[in-house]
Design a protein around this ligand. Structure first.
Ligand SMILES: *[C@@H]1O[C@H](CO)[C@@H](O)[C@H](O)[C@H]1NC(C)=O
Ligand SMILES: [Ca+2]
Ligand SMILES: [Ca+2]
Ligand SMILES: [Ca+2]
Length: 204
């Protein structure tokens, strides 16, 4: 792919400060800033410098400024070479693609990243709930949680957990529901999720 050579260029520009063509390349990428950087600064917990740097990385991987699901899966999977991250990446993609039109804009990506890295506990829990609620109907079902757990096991790969038995994901789901489904109606709502997670963190 064209990805590796680009990284090579960026790396060499850091290694060799005297190479003018490489620093020109860096500057020219910085110049193409997203519209409304000021607005993004207000919407996220990133500084202008951080947003510029994130934008450079984003543009490097996705020159069109949009990420489709295939590209997202390819990039994300590189972080989990020992397993199969494609299913989990699919769920992640849907959590970032809020308007569900099949592409993530830089703005959507950065707003999500800001929640994940610097959001309040409640913001993070809301984001996680939206990830687990696969069909986005406001309820986490056992079926949804099982798909999420299996995708996480696939992503981690069997070699990481040599002793993992095949029923481990469903055992995980049962434990999750024993804790979270407080009114025992078979589904977990955002209220149950946040209340339980906050109680659990208070106990620690
Ligand atoms: C999705 O919506 C964004 C605007 O939010 C637009 O720029 C992009 O082209 C759309 N993608 C598709 C595949 O329609
Ligand atoms: Ca979208
Ligand atoms: Ca659901
Ligand atoms: Ca419930």
């Amino acid at each position: 792919t064209s990805r590796a050579p680009k990284k090579q260029i960026l790396k060499s520009s850091n290694d060799n400060y005297c190479n003018s063509s490489d620093s020109d390349l860096e500057l020219s990428t910085v110049r193409h800033q997203p519209e409304g950087l000021e607005q993004l600064q207000a919407q996220t917990k990133f500084t202008k410098k951080e947003l510029q740097s994130l934008y450079r990385g984003f543009k490097n991987e996705c020159p069109s400024g949009l990420v489709d699901e295939e590209t997202f899966k390819t990039i994300y999977s590189q972080f989990f070479p020992q397993g199969d991250a494609t299913t989990y990446a699919h769920f992640l993609f849907n959590a970032f693609d809020l308007d569900r039109n099949g592409s993530i804009r830089f703005e959507d990506f950065v707003i999500g990243l800001s929640v994940l890295l610097r959001g309040s506990v409640t913001e993070k829990l809301n984001w996680a709930f939206n990830l687990y609620d696969i069909n986005k109907d406001g309820y986490i079902t056992k079926e949804e949680m099982l798909l999420i757990m299996k995708s996480i096991y696939d992503m981690m790969g069997r070699y990481t957990y040599p002793s993992v038995r095949d029923e481990a994901p469903s055992e995980h789901v049962e434990k999750f529901f024993q804790k979270m489904d407080r009114n025992r109606d078979g589904v977990v709502t955002i209220e149950e999720f946040i209340e339980t997670c906050q109680k659990l963190s208070d106990d620690v």
